[in-house]
Every structure is written in C-alpha cells, then in structure tokens.
Design a protein around this ligand. Structure first.
Ligand code: C5P
Length: 232
C-alpha cells in the first residue's frame, strides 16, 4: 500500500489540465482525488487513465440517493478501479449498508467513506434543513452512524479529527481537506491546519489541492509537504 498520506485534489475543468499535472507526479508519493467538476466534464475515461498510470484514485462524488441507486453507483465506481469513493451519511443507514454490501460482493473491495456535515453549513443552515444541534454534534452523530453501517471512515475537517479519532478508534479513516502548509496561501479555506498538525490530530489522509496544483513547481511543493511531515 502507498505510505503517503497525501491525496492531491485534481480540481481542473478538463482532462488536459489534470493530465498535464499528473504527468509530473509519482504514484508512490501521492494519491489523486477526482471530484464532481472534472468527472462531469471528462467522465469515467479520466479515472481510467489515472488508474492505468498506477495512481490510487479517490472518486469524490458524494453519492446521496435511494439505497438501490447508490449501491449501483458505487458498483459502477468500483468497475473504474477506484481506490476509494464516498457518499453522504445523511442518506441513512440503509443507503450506507446497501452500498457497503454491494462493494463487499466484489473480489476486491474499494474503500467507502462518508461525508457527515458539509463544512460550508453552520448551525443556522442546519436548522433550516431540519437538523437540530451544532455542526460538531451532527458530525459526531453521523460519523457514528457511518461506522455502525460498516463504512471505512469519514471526510472531516482537521479541527474535528482529534475528537473523532478518540471516539472511533485507530482503524477508522479520517480524510481531511482544509490542509495548508505553513507557508501557503489560505485560498478560500478558513479553518486550516498544517499537514503535520492534521496527522498529529488523527487524520489518516490529507486532501490537498491548490498548494500543489497551483504551485509554480507542483512536484517541489508536494515534496516539501512530505518532508514537513517526516520532519515533524
Ligand atoms: O485547493 P484545496 O486544498 O482547498 O482543495 C481542497 C479539496 O477538498 C477540494 O477538492 C474541495 O472541494 C475539497 N473539500 C474541502 N472542504 C470540505 C470538503 C471537501 O475543501 N469540507
């Protein structure tokens, strides 16, 4: 298994832009995340190209639908050879269990993680859609439900990692965006941690986009991040 905790977010509007970066990256130093924009524009072939080049791919499509539909979508993602995929925990236990069971029927099961509460939602936003309590309370409840439904982990803010690690134990995956090297711009991220601090707080994987993809020398930027982790 790839020992690097870094997942580079390929937030590009087209395959050419994504592949221009990927050509310079080494699959032993990072994994790649394909999200809704790139997938909607470039489609499954971009995922297949990345997998063929030896990269482990996190397909970040955040499925949320009736159990049968989500299970079928997860099966389709697995057919592309992805390493990990995700869904919304708020789709409920039956939806998560159906997805997990469908993937378990395969000879090689990709990892399945859940989004709990989007970090863009505050308490007032949650109240408006009928969720009681603070974002943190809802994150904890939905992470517990995801674990109970047999999922491998959750996407979370690095600021939530310590508490979730303590509650959910060592095996549960905590995949954290909102990570910035000390020297990098915040971009539109508000509450961030450095890669070393996020890992120390309990993150198992770090999703890092612009600090690598927008760097003048993306390979050097990734290497500096990996060194900052080793030296911490
Ligand atoms: O460029 P940057 O490092 O901010 O990219 C972070 C990636 O993680 C993006 O693909 C973004 O959509 C995703 N993400 C996030 N915050 C969340 C959930 C996902 O930044 N709460």
């Amino acid at each position: 298994m790839n020992p690097s905790p870094v997942i580079v977010a390929l937030d590009f509007p087209d395959q050419a832009g994504a592949l221009a970066l990927v050509e310079r990256l080494d699959p032993s130093l990072c994994r790649l995340k394909v999200g809704k924009e790139l997938f909607t524009r470039a489609g499954p072939p971009v995922v297949e190209v990345l997998v063929k080049r030896g990269f482990e791919v996190f397909l970040d499509l955040k499925f949320h639908d009736i159990p049968n539909t989500v299970a079928a979508a997860c099966d389709a993602a697995a057919d592309l050879g992805v390493w990990m995929m995700n869904l919304h925990a708020s789709g409920g236990r039956r939806m998560m269990e159906a997805a997990r069971e469908r993937l378990e029927a395969r000879s090689h099961r990709p990892l399945l993680i859940a989004v709990t509460i989007l970090t863009s939602l505050g308490e007032a936003d949650l109240a408006e859609v009928g969720f009681r309590g603070t974002p943190a309370e809802n994150v904890r409840r939905l992470a517990a439900l995801a674990a109970d439904s047999g999922l491998d982990g959750v996407v979370c803010s690095p600021l939530e990692a310590a508490e979730l690690r303590a509650e959910r134990g060592e095996e549960f995956l905590l995949v954290t965006p909102g990570v910035r090297p000390a020297s990098a711009a915040l971009d539109d991220q508000k509450r961030v941690m450095t890669p070393a601090d996020a890992l120390a707080a309990g993150a198992s994987h770090l999703v890092i986009g612009r600090p690598v993809t927008a760097a003048e020398d993306p390979v050097a930027a990734l290497q500096a991040i990996l060194e900052s982790i080793v030296n911490s």
